[in-house]
Design a protein around this ligand. Structure first.
Ligand code: SER
Length: 887
């Protein structure tokens, strides 16, 4: 049975039993700061388990893409060595949110395996949490297992948690007996044996608790079921493959690598590298498809490490050229039907992988050079921004190895290998220490961020979600549900207090989808609070952040909440313009120029999109022109709310990391024919004409493959034009020329200015032959130290070059004064450098003598001084320095 068929069979089995099939969400958890990547099928349903979100269904099934490379579930180090661990994998799961519990979960699993897939019941073995008698009885009843076959294990094995916080509960795992006997010694080994006889492949979690940061388990209001079965493992078992790398999801990848290396057989020694390349290529393909790009922090850093590891494994197999795009191409072939997103993102994936692998290969090369220099004790040129002090004993300091590894991305295994070859070794302890220190810094930063969020989350827990009434109204009556000041929950806040106000209903837009929170006022009977920002926390509680400006405000009070209408209207203009811009960029640059992030504020809009080079003037203007055309057409902006699936079927643009519920809000710009259609919760103009004016004021790169533009609309755009007009009018007055002739006039002035100084102070250089004739000669080499009259640094240098061309062996030091300052050039012929001289060092000393500084290359260097009188002292020092050294 092919993996595609197994995937389908699982989903239809559960669909037939009342489960809603939910498509896999992105690898980036939506709106969940506690998790870096989706690491299990249940993650997108976290809030349903916690009772914070309701949907029309209480049973669901999915095939979810997962990544286990960080946090609580991390299998990175196993990859290559284990037959059944991967970083990226697909998890099949069925879920119940307060619907069925243990009994049905076990029944479904048993029926699916033994009837639907016709597995032999004899090879299946369950484990349960040590004191879960209920599960034991159920397995006995449903599958007829004697108690002796139901293995009870501790929390380590049979209690599942999503992460440090979140839903968790005891579980029951189903194992497959692949060989009937121990692979190490042929005995009848227990299920806990690590010989690979037993494969755990389906985990049924009985969700019962919510774990908080301090480890407390709070029982969930409604129990749930979360099951997870690795598609790869199941496929291997059904296909009789001895490892996941031998099933139909992986074979084409391994074979592709073999084509590149030319290996007919894969030896045991080379096997881990093959597997790692296959696994990592899947991970990078999906990470990039889901919007991550290599960088030095967060998710981008994880992607960078995975990609570099894979590329390095290729070097170990003897591949010298970049090869990863070839493997990713095969990943897209295998996975494209099940995950159209990888096909749609193909060009972005290829560009990002090619670019990063190229960078890595350069790093490898320079890393090896650095290491070589360090091992052979050569001094490290100053241009390399790293100082490595070789220890005399032939031990590389841990912190240096760490720097190579961390700053330069040079794999530590390679450092070890290179050292080994030279009889050196690595200070492993020091390296570990440096690594741990860095992890500690990471944890501290994350902890701080989490702490703040936790405090807000805790504050919002137990409060009802705020009703948002601000799409239609800018002010509304409301009740103060809760108040928080710097000292925690408060019944009242007074003038001057910083305060967070929770209302039952609010016209304020809470920060989200790139749009900033609204500002405005909350007015009560006894006081007034100025609101600066509004955030949505937990399951939709709006926290209005501000300061009591007058009087006081109290919990339970009835208030009037008023959004600042001008700021809101400006934000609306910018949000609608953002949608127009998004579409316009794709018209001009191609469909890959999709949104990578955005900020919609009252005063400007900022838009990040995937594109790997600067926009030309022409592209920028075309983009502006398309947006302006839509504004002038005054198209209507239509808002519709519809089921998410329906919305996605209309090809509406959705963002990678936005959280979408069952219902989607679709914003379309159209007059019959649709110009743009996006899933969006933001506030918009009714007609595009309200955007008023639009201008792009800046573009730049914000990382590999992503560009950013900033644009203005409405009054801000007018102000920007006015400001420029003012400057131009001033210039036009000043030079007394019409605006249209300004560029030409300025060019002419510039031209004249360039020529002016030369005309004012021409060089008065001597005949080169004369200078050579009056130079001293020492042991066959000339020492030319002279004061000449050059107009600028360039002519001084030209003159020096001329001298150097005419002599075979010389040390040349020429000084001049222009702009009232001394300037010296030092030049050496190659033999002088070999004799131990260094122009840069000489210039440094001469510059110092003249009261300023100098430096440069071994063959040419320059020095400057503070005032004209210093030149003689500088040249005198040169004479002294060269007298001692040229013999
Ligand atoms: N969440 C559980 C796991 O990942 C079951 O889906 O194993």
């Amino acid at each position: 049975m092919k993996s595609a068929e197994i995937r389908k069979k699982f989903l239809s089995y559960f669909e037939e039993r009342g489960h809603t099939v939910v498509p896999s969400s992105s690898l980036i958890p939506a709106g969940d700061p506690t998790l870096m990547f989706v690491n299990a099928g249940m993650v997108p349903f976290k809030d349903l388990f916690l009772g914070k979100e309701q949907r029309s269904y209480t049973r669901a099934a999915s095939c979810q893409r997962c990544l286990r490379v960080s946090g609580k579930h991390n299998d990175l180090e196993e990859v290559g060595y284990s037959r059944r661990h991967q970083t990226f994998f697909e998890m099949l799961g069925n879920f119940s949110f307060g619907d069925y519990f243990k009994e049905e979960a076990i029944e479904f699993a048993w029926e699916f395996l033994t009837k639907e897939l016709a597995m032999d019941p004899k090879v299946l073995h369950p484990t349960i949490f040590e004191d879960d008698d209920e599960a034991a009885e159920l397995w006995q009843k449903i599958a007829g297992f004697p108690p002796s076959k139901i293995v009870r294990l501790g929390a380590e094995d049979n209690f599942w948690s999503m992460g440090d916080t979140g839903p968790c509960g005891p579980d029951s795992e189903i194992f497959y007996d692949r060989t009937g006997k121990c692979l190490k010694d042929g005995s009848d080994c227990p299920i806990t044996c690590d010989c690979e006889r037993w494969w755990e492949f389906w985990n049924l979690v009985f969700m019962q608790y919510d774990r908080s940061a301090d480890g407390t388990l709070t029982p969930l209001a409604q129990k749930g079921i979360d099951t997870g079965m690795g598609l790869d493992r199941l496929t291997s078992l059904l296909q009789g493959a001895d490892s996941n790398y031998e099933n139909d999801l992986f074979v084409p990848l391994i074979e592709r690598v073999q084509q590149l290396t030319g290996d007919r057989e894969i030896t045991l020694e080379r096997r881990p590298a093959y597997r790692a390349i296959a696994d990592h290529s899947r991970a990078m393909t999906f990470l990039i498809a889901d919007g991550v790009l290599p960088s030095n922090e967060g998710r981008g850093y994880v992607l960078r490490r995975i990609l570099r590891r894979a590329s390095y494994q290729g070097r170990l197999l003897g591949l010298t050229k970049p090869f990863l795009t070839t493997i990713c191409d095969t990943v897209i072939e295998i996975m494209g039907d099940a995950y159209p997103i990888v096909r749609e993102s193909e060009s972005r994936i290829m560009d990002a992988v090619a670019d990063e692998e190229e960078r890595f290969l350069q790093t490898l090369e320079s890393g090896l050079t650095r290491l070589e220099q360090m091992i052979s004790g050569m001094s490290i040129p100053l241009t390399i921004p790293m100082e490595i002090k070789p220890a005399p004993s032939g031990v590389l300091r841990g912190e240096d190895a760490f720097k190579l590894y961390d700053t330069f991305g040079f794999p530590i295994d390679l450092t070890r290998k290179a050292l080994e070859a030279r009889g050196w070794r690595l200070d492993e302890e020091g390296f570990e220490r440096a690594l741990e220190e860095q992890r500690e810094r990471g944890r501290a930063a994350l902890g701080q961020e989490r702490g703040q969020d936790e405090a807000l989350l805790a504050a919002a827990r137990g409060l009802d979600a705020t009703r948002f009434v601000g799409y239609d109204a800018l002010d509304a009556g409301a009740t103060v549900v809760a108040l928080f000041t710097s000292s925690g929950r408060a019944s009242e806040a007074r003038e001057g207090d910083e305060v967070q106000v929770v209302l039952d209903a609010s016209p304020f837009y809470a920060e989200g989808g790139g749009q900033v929170g609204d500002s405005g006022h909350i007015a009560g009977a006894n006081g007034d609070v100025a609101i600066e920002n509004v955030r949505r926390v937990g399951h939709g509680v709006f926290v209005h952040h501000g300061r009591v400006e007058r009087g006081r405000i109290a919990e339970g009070e009835t208030v009037r909440a008023e959004v600042d209408p001008v700021a809101r209207q400006n934000t609306m203009r910018n949000h609608t313009a953002t949608h127009l811009l998004h579409k316009a960029l794709r018209v001009v640059l191609g469909p890959q120029a999709k949104q990578a992030g955005s900020l919609v504020a009252p005063d400007r809009l900022r838009f990040d999109f995937f594109h790997n080079k600067p926009l030309t003037e022409d592209e920028l203007h075309q983009t502006e022109r398309i947006v302006r055309e839509q504004v002038l057409l005054d198209r209507s902006v239509r808002i519709e709310v519809m089921p998410l699936q329906e919305a996605l079927a209309t090809n509406a643009d959705a963002m990678f990391d936005e959280k979408y519920g069952e219902e989607a809000r679709v914003v379309s710009v159209s007059n019959g024919d649709v110009f743009s259609r996006e899933l969006c919760g933001g506030t918009h103009c009714h007609h595009t004409g309200q955007v008023g004016a639009f201008v792009i004021v800046e573009q730049r790169s914000v990382g590999a493959g992503v560009r950013r533009v900033e644009a203005l609309t409405g009054e801000r755009a007018y102000a920007w034009f006015d400001e420029r007009r003012k400057v131009i009018d001033e210039l036009s007055h000043e030079y007394n020329v019409p605006v249209a002739e300004l560029p030409e006039r300025l060019r002419a002035l510039q031209e004249r200015a360039r020529e002016a100084p030369k005309a004012a102070a021409p060089s008065n250089l001597p005949d080169p032959q004369e200078v050579i004739a009056r130079a001293e000669q020492r042991n066959g080499a000339l020492v030319i130290i002279d004061r000449v009259d050059a107009a600028d640094a360039e002519s001084l240098r030209d003159f020096g070059d001329e001298l150097r061309r005419r002599v075979k062996s010389a040390a040349i030091v020429l000084g001049t004064v222009f702009d009232d300052k001394p300037s010296v050039i030092v030049m050496l012929t190659p033999d002088r450098i070999e004799a131990g001289l260094h122009a840069g060092k000489l210039a440094q000393q001469i510059g110092k003598q003249m009261g300023a500084g100098g430096g440069g290359r071994p063959d040419v260097a320059t020095a400057g001084g503070r005032d004209a009188s210093g030149l003689d002292a500088g040249l005198a020092l040169a004479r002294e320095l060269l007298a001692g050294k040229t013999n």
